[in-house]
Design a protein around this ligand. Structure first.
Ligand SMILES: Cc1cc2nc3c(=O)[nH]c(=O)nc-3n(C[C@H](O)[C@H](O)[C@H](O)COP(=O)(O)O)c2cc1C
Length: 251
């Protein structure tokens, strides 16, 4: 790649690694504005724009979010934390102005629409930040205690903090983490279930070796790491907090 030209966006995407060690240098406001604009200009389902961001730069508030997320020091260390909020309060206002009543937030479809749109926004923010030379780590850990974050950020009814992102100038960059083989990800014409169990076994060994190679003897194979989360509903406060914010998923 030439040093005289900006990296291709696809290069930025393929080089992704999460950053969990940051310098304290602030992010210049014009850089932060470009990143936020990249999120704002994204597509949304039915152009509903059911996403809002809360940008936190105050160190004490970042420390509080680090605590809410179960003790994640990189949230306090990185100079900016952005929470991506599923926001059906703006759509409700518009619908009310049109003399109608919003129902979609009381359904699985509504929560899916909000989650997909928030995910797209988060992805755009991540890539924009990385293209600006920043490091990022997405943070689902905020759903560990959603009510505390809702309180801290002053989120109104019909909104929910789905995920966040810490960003700043990286102090250390880990080598890229290997993925499950591409053959388990790309399926041509029809889903190919054959060979997946073998690919997982090979990946378990590869990921274990990766952890050893970067001096993390505590790193687990993929199957064990995933089991540690998925053998329980690891954030049990999400469903009651969603209901308390006015969402429903019985229909
Ligand atoms: C929606 C989402 C939530 C995540 N939540 C956290 C988190 O709370 N804390 C954390 O350290 N990493 C979190 N991660 C980062 C993943 O652990 C990371 O992407 C994965 O291990 C792959 O590593 P890589 O991003 O370095 O390639 C999250 C990633 C995503 C996409």
């Amino acid at each position: 790649m030439s040093t005289l030209t900006a990296p291709l966006l696809t290069d930025v995407l393929v080089q992704h690694t999460s950053t969990r060690s940051y310098h304290s240098d602030p992010i210049p406001s014009e850089v932060l504005e470009r990143i936020i604009e990249a999120g704002w200009r994204g597509p949304t389902s039915v152009n509903g724009q059911q996403v809002s961001l809360v940008v936190v730069q105050d160190p004490a508030r970042r420390a509080e979010i680090a605590k809410i997320a179960g003790g994640q020091p990189w949230i306090a260390q990185a100079p900016v934390f952005i929470t991506v909020v599923m926001d059906f309060s703006k759509t409700a206002l518009g619908i009310e102005a049109a003399g109608q009543q919003q129902v979609i937030h009381d359904s699985v479809e509504g929560v899916m629409v909000g989650a997909v749109d928030a995910g797209i926004t988060l992805g755009r923010l991540m890539v924009a930040a990385q293209a600006e030379g920043l490091g990022v780590v997405p943070i689902g850990g905020i759903r560990n205690d959603p009510r505390a974050l809702i309180e801290l950020l002053g989120l109104p009814a019909l909104t929910f903090p789905l995920a966040g992102m810490a960003l700043g100038y990286p102090a250390a960059t880990a080598p890229r983490k290997p993925r499950l083989p591409l053959s388990t990800f790309r399926h041509d014409e029809r889903y190919q279930a054959e060979g997946i169990a073998e690919a997982i076994a090979a990946y378990d060994r590869e990921l274990f070796d990766y952890w050893q190679s970067i001096g993390r003897p505590d790193g687990q194979p993929w199957s064990q790491n995933t089991a540690a989360y998925y053998q329980s509903v690891y954030f049990p406060e999400v469903a009651p907090a969603l209901r308390a914010q006015g969402f429903g998923f019985e229909r």
